[in-house]
Design a protein around this ligand. Structure first.
Ligand SMILES: Cc1cc2nc3c(=O)[nH]c(=O)nc-3n(C[C@H](O)[C@H](O)[C@H](O)COP(=O)(O)OP(=O)(O)OC[C@H]3O[C@@H](n4cnc5c(N)ncnc54)[C@H](O)[C@@H]3O)c2cc1C
Length: 421
């Protein structure tokens, strides 16, 4: 059995930043494992720019952003092992992994940081009727084909779902000579960033059909077209609104699923609202010494926030190993009030020592609304925003002095207040 102080599962932006955070806090015995050939996670295939505006105040491509952290990992001589798939993690913090180089290995850690990212929701989870023909890809798979493998999935494209990956792929496929007929979104709003709607659809004249969905898929040997229909407020197709789009490629951008199978094996409690681990403000899960960060914890909009979160998880994992991580006392649950979806953290320690950051996605589009935090019925934070939308995460921080009331609180409430009509 190999032993290490801090084991990081996943060498994407979260895993890399967790390693850097742990090292900069003082850790020297760290190991990163990743199943892919190279470090960098999903960023390896994100060759568009728009990364790093917050962290580096520069507009980088995905590989450039990842490289900044890979260089730190190399400079600090943090060991990593690629082409190594972790297949099990126990509550005792023993990871089992397999690799061609070393076969089956067991690694015992004093602390583990879960950084496995997420996978895309496949067609099977949608229940769309129609043929099961070739020509249907998740947007990320198509992105991998075009950007890493030099393969072109097709020439006539419809995109279902307006998540950021779909929006980015609408532009990418256009650059590569394809005709993107439409981006079809079930909800009355996009789940992607506003900047991606403008730069990837509007700038190329690609229509965004809100409140629409694909109701039929045609083609036997290969996809030949899809039928799209408008949906009503109940999200059900409205008969008579069907429209046929001839196409050879349907790209799905219908959501991401955090990869928490290992977390569950380790006994970590999963929050139904985020599909990620339940964590406290230190990013520690329900299993002491197991931390979680990045897209496996909750699906982020910007990688900068992934890095920030993971660096904190890394530093806290080292404090845990040292025995200096504050126990924090009673865990006060965070309640999601009106308009708040999938908040992290789910608990705040009554003796929280540092600033506490909350991240969540608004449930709908709200204009001139306020984000409010209440403790014992008293407002301790209030901020007005011109627009809040599900595609853009809300990120707010509270200094410890604002949280003094936690000692007597049963819960802390985060809610959105919309102006009266
Ligand atoms: C198409 C696309 C476009 C994006 N565009 C932008 C953008 O313009 N700007 C921006 O800021 N952000 C963007 N993002 C978001 C950003 O890329 C993610 O927030 C970030 O990559 C999440 O980092 P992560 O480390 O949590 O996950 P990932 O990058 O997914 O890394 C997870 C890693 O864990 C490894 N792993 C998983 N399971 C195991 C296992 N069992 N054993 C070993 N290794 C394992 C995987 O191989 C992977 O390397 C985009 C994302 C996508 C998908």
């Amino acid at each position: 059995m190999r032993k290490t102080d801090i084991l990081i599962i996943g060498g994407g932006p979260a895993g890399l930043a967790a390693a850097v955070g742990a090292y900069e806090a003082g850790a020297r015995d760290i190991l990163i494992l990743d199943r892919e050939e190279r470090l960098g996670g999903i960023l390896k295939q994100c060759i568009h720019n728009g990364f790093g505006l917050h962290t580096f105040k520069e507009e980088l491509t995905g590989p450039e952003y990842a490289q900044r952290f890979i260089e730190k990992v190399l400079e600090y001589q943090i060991p990593y092992q690629t082409e190594t798939m972790v297949i099990d993690v126990s509550p005792e913090k023993v990871a089992t992994c397999v690799s061609r180089q070393k076969g089956l290995e067991r690694i015992e850690a004093k602390a583990i940081i879960l950084c496995m990212g997420c996978r895309e929701r496949p067609r099977g989870s949608l229940g769309t009727p129609g043929e099961r023909c070739p020509g249907i890809f998740t947007a990320g798979t198509a992105q991998r084909f075009t950007n890493l493998e030099g393969l072109m999935p097709g020439k006539e494209v419809v995109i279902l779902g307006s998540g950021d990956i779909g929006l980015i792929m609408a532009r990418r496929m256009t650059f590569l000579g394809a005709k993107v007929h439409a981006c079809v979104e079930l909800m009355p709003y996009s789940s992607g960033l506003k900047r991606n709607i403008v730069q990837c659809l509007d700038d190329f004249g690609i229509p965004l059909l809100l409140s629409h969905t694909v109701v039929d898929i045609h083609g036997r040997e290969h996809l030949t077209g899809v039928t799209v229909a408008e949906v009503g407020p109940d999200l059900k197709p409205i008969p008579g609104t069907e429209k046929y789009f001839p196409c050879d490629t349907l790209l799905l951008s219908v959501g991401l699923i955090p990869e928490n199978e290992l977390s569950e094996m380790a006994g970590v409690k999963i929050a139904p609202t985020t599909s990620g681990a339940e964590v406290d403000e230190q990013l520690q899960t329900s299993v002491p010494g197991i931390f979680s960060a990045g897209n496996v914890l909750h699906v982020h909009d910007l990688v900068d926030f992934v890095s920030e979160e993971a660096m904190k998880a890394g530093a806290n994992a080292f404090r845990y190993v040292q025995g200096t991580l504050s126990k924090g006392g009673r865990k006060v649950p965070v309640q999601m009030g009106f308009g708040v979806g999938g908040i992290v953290p789910q608990f705040v320690s009554e003796n929280a020592e540092d600033k506490v950051s909350f991240m969540f996605r608004p449930r709908n589009v709200y204009r001139n609304a306020k984000v409010i935090v209440e403790l014992n019925g008293e407002q301790i934070y209030s901020k007005k925003s011109m627009i809040l939308a599900p595609g853009e995460m809300v990120n707010l921080s509270l200094p410890p002095e604002k949280l003094a009331g936690l000692k007597t609180a049963d819960s802390i409430l985060v809610r959105i207040e919309v102006p009266e009509a």
